[in-house]
Design a binder for this molecule. Structure first.
Ligand SMILES: Cc1ncc(COP(=O)(O)O)c(C=O)c1O
Length: 358
C-alpha cells in the first residue's frame, strides 16, 4: 500500500535514523516538524548558553564573547562557501533587507523598478515596499511571472530562495542576464539546499531555524564586488577598521570587509550559536540537507504530492488541529499544513506525519 510504514522504510532505508540523533534531546525532537518556524537546539548549544549566562553573572568578558562572534562568522562562511570577510553579523534577516533598501539611491523619474514575489515572507518584502515612496516602481509578481518581470530597468530582485509557506525552491537562473542586484533571503535554504552564491549579490540568513542557533543571530553575505556601492546606514563602532580600541568620535572610516554592516553582537547568544554551527559543520551541511530533503520527499511520495526539493512540504486539505492532536508539532501556512523535516527527524516522524493527515 502506498505510504505504509514498511513501504516508506523500504524506499528510503538511509533515513531511518537521524545522523545527529545523539546530539539533540529525543523527547523534544520526536514529532517536531516545525523547524521552518524554530529550529530546536542541540544539547551542546544549550550547555554553551547556560555557561554564557553563568559567565555574565560571575565574570563577564565581552572581548571573549566578541571573539566567539568572529568564530560564528567563520563557521557560517564555511557552511555556505563564502569568505569570512564577506559575512556580516546582523541580528535578523529583515535587518539585512532594510540596510540594503536604505543603501539604494533615490530613483524618482528614472523608471527603475524592484521585482519581488507577491506572497513573499514579509522579512524579505516589506523593507523593499518602502522603496516605492523613493521613486521605484514595485513589481509584485507570482512565482511563474518572475523571469518576465525583470528587465533592463530592474534595480533589485528580492526573494527567498526557499519559500517559507510551502517550501518551493525558486530557480535563480531564471533571472540571469540582467544587471539587477539580487537579494536572496536564505533563511529557509541554508542548511537545506546548495546556495548558488555566484548568482546572489546580498544573502541574508536568520539562523534560528535550519542552523539551530538562538534567535538574534543572523548573517548577511555581501561580496566585495557589491560592498563599495552599498553604504551601511547602521554602521557604528563595530564598523571601524580596529573596533576593539577606543570607540569615540569621527571620522567615519569603515573597514573594507563586510563587518561594516555588523550590528552589535548579542553576546550571550554567540556561544550557543557557535556550538550549533560547529556541529552542523562537522557533519557537513551537504549531509544535513540531504537528510532533511530526503524525509520531505519520502513524505511527499507517501502522500502522492510533488516533492519540493527542499525540507518543507505543504499538505493541502489537511486539518491542522487534527494533525496537532495526533501529537505532531507543525504550522499551518496559507491554509495548508506545513511539515518541516529537520536533521533530528527520521522516518518514524514521516510515518507519523502521513498517518496524521490521513
Ligand atoms: C524566509 C524567511 N525570512 C525571514 C524570516 C524571519 O527572519 P527575521 O525575523 O530574522 O527577519 C522567516 C521566518 O519565518 C522566513 O521564513
Amino acid at each position: 500500500m502506498a505510504g505504509s510504514p514498511t513501504r516508506i522504510a523500504a524506499m528510503t532505508p538511509g533515513l531511518s535514523e537521524s545522523p545527529l540523533a545523539d546530539a539533540f534531546s529525543a523527547a523534544a525532537t520526536r514529532g517536531y516538524l516545525n523547524t521552518a518556524s524554530v529550529g530546536l537546539p542541540p544539547d551542546v548549544a544549550v550547555g554553551a548558553g547556560r555557561e554564557a549566562l553563568a559567565e555574565w553573572q560571575e565574570a563577564p568578558d565581552w572581548l571573549a564573547w566578541e571573539e566567539v562572534g568572529e568564530h560564528c562568522r567563520g563557521a557560517f562562511a564555511a557552511l555556505v562557501g563564502a569568505e569570512p570577510a564577506d559575512v556580516a553579523l546582523v541580528g535578523a534577516a529583515h535587518v539585512a533587507a532594510g540596510m540594503l533598501a536604505a543603501a539604494l539611491p533615490d530613483a524618482p523619474g528614472t523608471g527603475a523598478n524592484v521585482v519581488a514575489l507577491r506572497d513573499e515572507h514579509r522579512s524579505a518584502l516589506w523593507p523593499f515596499l518602502a522603496l516605492q515612496a523613493r521613486g521605484y516602481e514595485l513589481r509584485l509578481v507570482a512565482r511563474d511571472e518572475l523571469a518576465a518581470a525583470v528587465d533592463d530597468r530592474t534595480a533589485l530582485v528580492a526573494l527567498s530562495l526557499v519559500q517559507s509557506a510551502d517550501g518551493a525552491l525558486i530557480d535563480l537562473a531564471a533571472i540571469d542576464g540582467h544587471d539587477a542586484l539580487v537579494y536572496v533571503d536564505g533563511t529557509q535554504a541554508v542548511g537545506v539546499v546548495d546556495i548558488p552564491l555566484e548568482r546572489i549579490d546580498v544573502l541574508a540568513v536568520s539562523a534560528y531555524k535550519w542552523l539551530h542557533c538562538p534567535r538574534g543571530i543572523a548573517f548577511m553575505v555581501v561580496p566585495e564586488r557589491r560592498r563599495g556601492a552599498l553604504d551601511p546606514v547602521l554602521a557604528s563602532w563595530k564598523a571601524a577598521p580596529e573596533p576593539w580600541g577606543d570607540p569615540y568620535g569621527p571620522p567615519r572610516e569603515l573597514t573594507d570587509d563586510a563587518r561594516r554592516f555588523d550590528l552589535s553582537l548579542p553576546w550571550l547568544l554567540a556561544p550557543a550559536a557557535l556550538a550549533s554551527l560547529t556541529l552542523l559543520g562537522e557533519l557537513g551541511v551537504g549531509r544535513v540537507g540531504a537528510h532533511c530533503r530526503g524525509l520531505a520527499s519520502a513524505c511527499a511520495e507517501a502522500l502522492d504530492l510533488s516533492p519540493t526539493g527542499t525540507s518543507i512540504l505543504a499538505v493541502p486539505g489537511a486539518d491542522g488541529d487534527r494533525v496537532r492532536a495526533a501529537g505532531l508539532r507543525c504550522s499551518v501556512r496559507g491554509g495548508q499544513v506545513r511539515f518541516a523535516f529537520g536533521v533530528y527527524n527520521d522516518l518514524e516522524d514521516v510515518e507519523a506525519a502521513v498517518a496524521g493527515v490521513r
